[in-house]
Design a protein around this ligand. Structure first.
Ligand code: NAP
Length: 346
């Protein structure tokens, strides 16, 4: 039977998932044994549609891409319009809520309440929104467990690159005593450009032009985006109830092209590094610029790519390099969460 989905938010990532489900429906059904049906989409400004028998994904994409709204989705008997996020979560017949609204890294809302409402209604949640995982991991994972539902969020760290599932599954049995990585593509792109003799401000403008950086770039360049991911890793992989207030955080906005060139002359590269370390029972973390020697795999990660190294007691250091963002990459992160829910695996 098809896995029924309600999408909360229908921006870049929500549409990315819908595109994947449309394009790969046959491969997923035949190759993976996974079949999904979108029964509801509820977006703040783009509108909302719900049909308990499922929506036509191709039509959803066509109307959103041609009109920017869901109003032109064709009327059918049984079609409901205008349900807000909470009504959709509580009253739709979805098995799983796909929470892809915007991230508020200070309050986590309304996404934290979306998760609570879904779990209380007996629905799983998959999400790429960092807020709830960074701010309310303990509470929400306990609630999901109590209600017997699943909560998956692979896309919150390194989008479709399996930064969370790999240590939990493939590296199981190791003690992971340190995790360090490049968690923000915008800042890595800026630092890469600065090594090509571009001043910080010009490199930032280029990043904005390419769509890597927001008009207000502070979440990226001041390190707050990386901070959210480090807090998630500490909680989920190291089982330590770290809060973002516990983690010193500095961005790259004070680095100059001269600093970058001086490091290059020393055989090193400035990178915005997030790290979390376990010493006995004590877990500490920080985010800040570090001069990384070229011999470190993280030093070779250029442009908007991300990377993460797990320092394992048995397997040694294992580094994963991949995209940290993107429409299809993050849509894929949601898909792999859904496939694992369907399979009953982590
Ligand atoms: N894009 C990436 O590569 C990427 C990578 C990793 C993680 N993420 C995370 O994934 C999530 C989605 O990202 P995105 O790029 O798709 O963002 P986006 O393009 O801005 O889309 C977010 C959508 O959520 C809608 N929304 C906001 N609040 C809502 C609410 N209360 N109820 C219903 N809909 C609401 C917005 O509606 P309106 O615009 O109509 O107001 C918008 O359409 C974010 O949390 C982001 O941080 C994104």
């Amino acid at each position: 039977m098809a896995h029924k989905l309600a999408l909360i938010g229908f921006g870049t990532v929500g549409q990315g998932l819908a595109e994947i489900l449309r394009a790969k429906a046959d491969t997923l059904r035949e190759g993976v044994g996974f079949e999904a049906q979108i029964v509801a989409v509820s977006d703040l400004l783009k509108g909302a549609v719900y049909h308990s028998d499922g929506l036509d994904i191709a039509r959803l994409l066509e109307v959103i891409q041609t009109t920017g709204k869901l109003d032109a989705y064709p009327d059918l008997p049984g079609l409901e319009r205008g349900w807000d996020s909470f009504r959709t979560i509580r009253e739709s017949n979805a098995d799983t809520v796909v929470e892809v609204s915007f991230t508020d890294i200070n309050t986590g809302q309304p996404a934290i309440d979306h998760c609570r409402a879904a779990f209380e209604s007996g629905k799983n949640v998959v999400m790429s929104n960092k807020g709830p995982v960074a701010l309310a991991y303990a509470e929400l994972s306990a609630l999901a467990e109590e209600k017997g539902v699943r909560w998956c969020f692979e896309g919150t760290v390194l989008s479709g690159t399996p930064a969370l599932r790999m240590p939990l599954t493939t590296l199981a049995g190791n003690d992971i005593n340190e995790i360090r990585g490049i968690f923000n593509g915008t800042t890595n792109y800026i630092l890469t450009q600065m090594e090509e003799e571009t001043e910080y401000e010009d490199a930032l403008r280029q990043a904005q032009k390419l769509g890597y950086a927001e008009a207000d770039p502070s979440a990226d360049v001041e390190g707050y985006d990386a901070l959210g991911k480090i807090v998630i890793l500490a909680n989920v992989i190291m089982n330590a109830p770290l809060r973002k207030e516990d983690v010193p955080c500095q961005g790259i906005s004070r680095l100059t092209m001269r600093d970058v060139m001086a490091a290059k002359a020393e055989g090193k590269r400035w990178k915005l590094i997030g790290r979390v370390r376990k010493d006995g029972e004590k877990v500490t973390a920080r985010v800040g610029p570090e001069k990384v020697p070229w011999s470190d795999p993280l030093a070779g990660v250029m442009g908007a790519m991300n990377a993460i190294t797990y320092v394992c007691d048995l397997a040694g250091p294992v580094t994963l390099v991949g995209a940290g963002a993107g429409r299809l990459e993050t849509g894929y992160a949601l898909l792999i969460d859904l496939i694992n829910i369907e399979r009953g695996t982590i």
